[in-house]
Write a protein that binds this ligand. Structure first.
Ligand SMILES: NC(=O)c1ccc[n+]([C@@H]2O[C@H](COP(=O)([O-])OP(=O)(O)OC[C@H]3O[C@@H](n4cnc5c(N)ncnc54)[C@H](OP(=O)(O)O)[C@@H]3O)[C@@H](O)[C@H]2O)c1
Length: 232
């Protein structure tokens, strides 16, 4: 775990949902202090208790509003459906200043979720950066990991591609990937998030064709020692 007190506190906005709850579970298990954010603090408290129960009470996890969670944490993770992306970010713009946002959002456009349909800014992560401004570092990660893989302690086979506005931000995010028990790769600048976010529609398509729920990707041909790190 990160030893810096501020970087060892994570807010998961929309953490009451499927993907956010799974990530929060894994980071709480790894020893991070977790604040579950929600539009409804009672819902967030119930989710925090649920995760605490799964960890036999051996974790720090609290539920609160999205704004209070963003205020309390050094790293803020966004796990809301794309239609809620802009509104949620505008609510937490102030408390996010000077911090790191990890955007997990995939800009799916139902009902055609098996078709890549990116927003005009290029990707959800680039849109987040435009909304939050240059005083917020933004990374993009976990879009290719199904929630089905997260809410248990088993190892996960598929990899996580991390893009972001700076190498430092990507490094902090790769630490979170490792803490969640996953293998991560520095996938370059935030502009590359278009590929990673778009890949989710490809994986949903493969899932539908195969009857699976867990299609993912794995990077091959690279020594494992380079994983979960970044080289200038
Ligand atoms: N599910 C997956 O397997 C998966 C995998 C990779 C990436 N993702 C991406 O991760 C994000 C979250 O996915 P999810 O499946 O966890 O979503 P979800 O369960 O449908 O929603 C997550 C949370 O977002 C909040 N929310 C929902 N609608 C909202 C609205 N209209 N306005 C504001 N907040 C709203 C809700 O929190 P409150 O009601 O508590 O505010 C909800 O619990 C999405 O962008 C998705 O594409 C999902």
């Amino acid at each position: 775990m990160n030893t810096s007190p501020i970087l060892s506190t994570i807010a998961v906005l929309g953490g009451t949902g499927k993907e956010g709850k799974g990530l929060a579970f894994r980071w709480a298990k790894a020893g991070y202090r977790i604040f579950i954010g929600s539009r409804n603090p009672e819902k967030a408290k119930a989710t925090a208790l649920e995760i605490l129960g799964l960890l036999d009470g051996k974790a720090f996890i609290e539920g609160t509003t999205n704004i209070k969670a963003a205020q309390a944490a050094g790293i803020v993770v966004l796990t809301v459906p794309y239609p809620a992306h802009r509104e949620t970010l505008e609510c937490v713009r102030e408390p996010l200043q000077g911090k790191l946002l990890v955007d997990v959002t995939v800009p799916l456009v139902p009902p055609k979720v098996t078709r890549v349909q990116m927003p005009p800014s290029g990707s959800a992560a680039q849109e987040a950066y435009a909304i939050l401004g240059k005083n917020v570092q933004v990374t993009s990660a976990f879009q290719n990991i199904s929630f089905e893989q997260l809410l248990h302690a088993e190892p996960v086979e598929c990899d996580v591609l991390v893009t972001g506005t700076s190498q430092e931000a990507r490094m902090e995010t790769l630490k979170l990937v490792l803490a969640a028990g996953l293998t991560g790769w520095d996938a370059g600048p935030i502009e590359n998030s278009v590929v990673v976010e778009g890949l989710t529609s490809v994986l949903i398509n493969i899932n539908r064709q195969s009857g699976s729920k867990n299609a993912g990707i794995k990077i091959t041909g690279i020594p494992k020692r380079i994983a979960n790190t970044t080289v200038e």
